[in-house]
Unconditional design. Structure first.
Length: 82
């Protein structure tokens, strides 16, 4: 099972990739270079896909942890919040 820190790190990398792609796309637009503009859009889209994928995995993991915690509380096994 992948650690939550790894998933969040990859999601952060996706965010950075998206921002880098947007920056490259913006520079390409000002340079009037179609290749640079298209490359920026492709990089931004790839970063967005990576971000969405790993955020979804993190959300699934958090949901599973929540369900397990609720089940433990219902059984009286866990009374703490941590």
């Amino acid at each position: 099972m992948v650690k939550i820190e790894t998933i969040e790190g990859l999601a952060t990398a996706g965010n950075k990739t998206t921002l880098a792609g947007a920056a490259v796309g913006s520079v390409g637009a000002f340079m009037a270079s179609n290749f640079v503009g298209i490359a920026g859009l492709v990089i931004a889209f790839a970063g967005l896909l990576v971000n969405l994928h790993y955020r979804r995995k993190a959300n699934q993991r958090h949901e599973l942890e929540h369900q397990l915690r609720v089940a433990r509380l219902r059984k009286g096994m866990d009374t703490g919040l941590g």
